[in-house]
Design a protein around this ligand. Structure first.
Ligand code: SAM
Ligand code: DTB
Ligand code: SF4
Length: 317
C-alpha cells in the first residue's frame, strides 16, 4: 500500500494512534517506515556546544538558562579551528552530520556570527551535513547561513501550544513558528521536534505532533527528546519517562511524517539497549552519536556501535 503524506491530521486521530495497543502501533509504524524508507539506515549525528550557558531565555528544562542555578556560565565560546577539529574527529568516528549549538536567545550580527558561517562552511567542506541550533534569526541571517552551505537549522517547538506557557515565558510559540518559516524561506531544511516528560498530558503530546505534522512540508528532521532532568532546573524533580512512552511517540511521529528523519535524541542514556531497539523498530532513523549532547551525557561511541550491530542496522556513511 503506497504511503500517503498528509498535512491535515486531527488531534483525535493522533491521540488514537498514541493510544493504540503497543504492538498494533508498532506494526503500523513499521509498515509506513519500510514503505517510505526502503533500505533502512540510521543517520549518526554528532553534537557540539560551541557557546555554552548564560542564556537569556528561561526554558524550564534547560541547564544553560541564566535563570536557573544549573547554569554553567563562563565557559569560553569555541573558535573555528577547534570546532572543525571536532567535526573531523566525528567524521572519522563515523558521523554523517555535525550539529553545533549556541545557548542564545537569537543570533546577533558580529564576530560570533561570522565564525558560525565559517564553521558551517568548514563542516560542509568535510563532506558532512551541517546543522546549527542558535535560537531566533532574521531573514538575512538565514540567507547567509544558506549561502555558507548550512544543511539544516534546528529549532524545536518543545511542547504543545497549550502546555508551552508552563515551560517558557521569554518567547512565544508564535515566535518559534516564525523562526521556522524564515528557515524554510531561505531554503534550509528544518529540524524541529520536542521533548516528552515535562509534565504534559497525552493530549499535549498529540497536540505537539499535530502542529509538527500539519507543517507543509513536514520538517525534514524531527528530534524526539526525553527530558534529561538536570539538578538546578525547575524540572529537576520530574519523574523519568516510561521508555514505552518514548516508543509510542517515535512510532506516532513516524506514521504522521513518513518521509522525515525521526531522531531519537536526548534521554538515551537512561534507556536499555532493548528499549532503544524498540525505538528503532518504531521508526527512528537517526541518533546523536558521541558521549555528550550539549551539556549532558549520551551513550559512548562503542556502545552505539554495539547497539546498531545488535539491531542489525547499518549507519549512513
Ligand atoms: N538556544 C537554542 C534554542 O533553544 O533554540 C539552541 C539550543 S537548545 C539547548 C536546543 C534544544 O535542546 C531545545 O529546544 C530543547 O528541545 C533541547 N533540550 C535542552 N535541554 C534539554 C533537556 N534537559 N532535556 C531534553 N531536551 C533538552
Ligand atoms: C535536540 O532536539 N536535542 C539536542 C539538539 N536538538 C540540539 C539537544 C539536547 C540537549 C540535552 C541537554 C543538554 O545536553 O544540555
Ligand atoms: Fe537558551 Fe536554548 Fe536553553 Fe532555552 S533551550 S535556555 S533558548 S539554550
Amino acid at each position: 500500500m503506497p504511503v500517503t503524506t498528509r498535512h491535515d491530521w486531527s488531534r483525535a486521530e493522533i491521540q488514537a494512534l498514541l493510544e493504540l495497543p503497543l504492538l498494533d502501533l508498532l506494526w503500523r509504524a513499521q509498515a509506513v517506515h519500510r514503505e517510505a524508507n526502503p533500505g533502512y539506515r540510521v543517520q549518526l549525528a554528532s553534537l557540539l556546544s560551541v557557546k555554552t550557558g548564560g542564556c537569556e531565555e528561561d526554558c524550564a528544562y534547560c541547564p544553560q538558562s541564566m535563570h536557573h542555578s544549573s547554569d554553567v556560565a563562563g565557559r569560553p565560546e569555541l573558535d573555528v579551528e577547534p570546532v572543525l577539529a571536532r567535526a573531523r574527529a566525528a567524521k572519522e568516528a563515523g558521523a554523517h552530520r555535525f550539529c553545533m549549538g549556541w545557548a542564545w536567545r537569537e543570533i546577533r550580527d558580529g564576530a560570533p556570527f561570522e565564525a558560525m558561517l565559517q564553521m558551517v562552511q568548514g563542516v560542509r567542506e568535510l563532506g558532512m551535513e551541517a546543522c546549527v541550533t542558535a535560537g531566533m534569526l532574521t531573514d538575512r541571517q538565514a540567507e547567509r547561513l544558506a549561502e555558507a552551505g548550512l544543511t539544516s537549522y534546528n529549532h524545536n517547538l518543545d511542547t504543545s501550544p497549550e502546555h508551552y506557557d508552563r515551560i517558557i515565558s521569554t518567547r512565544t510559540y508564535q515566535e518559534r513558528l516564525e523562526t521556522l518559516q524564515r528557515v524554510r524561506r531561505a531554503g534550509i531544511s528544518m529540524c524541529c521536534g520536542g521533548i516528552i516528560g515535562m509534565g504534559e498530558s497525552l493530549e499535549d503530546r498529540a497536540s505537539l505532533l499535530q502542529v509538527l505534522a500539519n507543517l507543509d512540508p513536514h520538517p525534514e528532521s524531527v528530534p524526539i527528546n526525553a527530558l534529561v532532568a538536570v539538578e538546578g532546573t525547575p524540572l529537576e524533580e520530574q519523574p523519568p519517562v516510561d521508555p514505552l512512552e518514548l516508543v509510542r511517540m517515535v512510532a506516532t511521529a513516524r506514521i504522521l511524517m513518513p518521509q522525515s528523519r525521526v531522531r531519537l535524541s536526548a534521554g538515551r542514556e537512561q534507556l536499555s539497549r532493548e528499549a532503544q531497539i524498540l525505538c528503532l523498530q518504531a521508526g527512528a532513523d537517526s541518533i546523536f552519536y558521541g558521549d555528550t549532547l550539549l551539556t549532558t551525557g549520551n551513550p559512548d561511541v562503542a556502545a552505539d556501535r554495539e547497539l546498531l550491530a545488535a539491531a542489525g542496522v547499518k549507519a549512513w556513511s
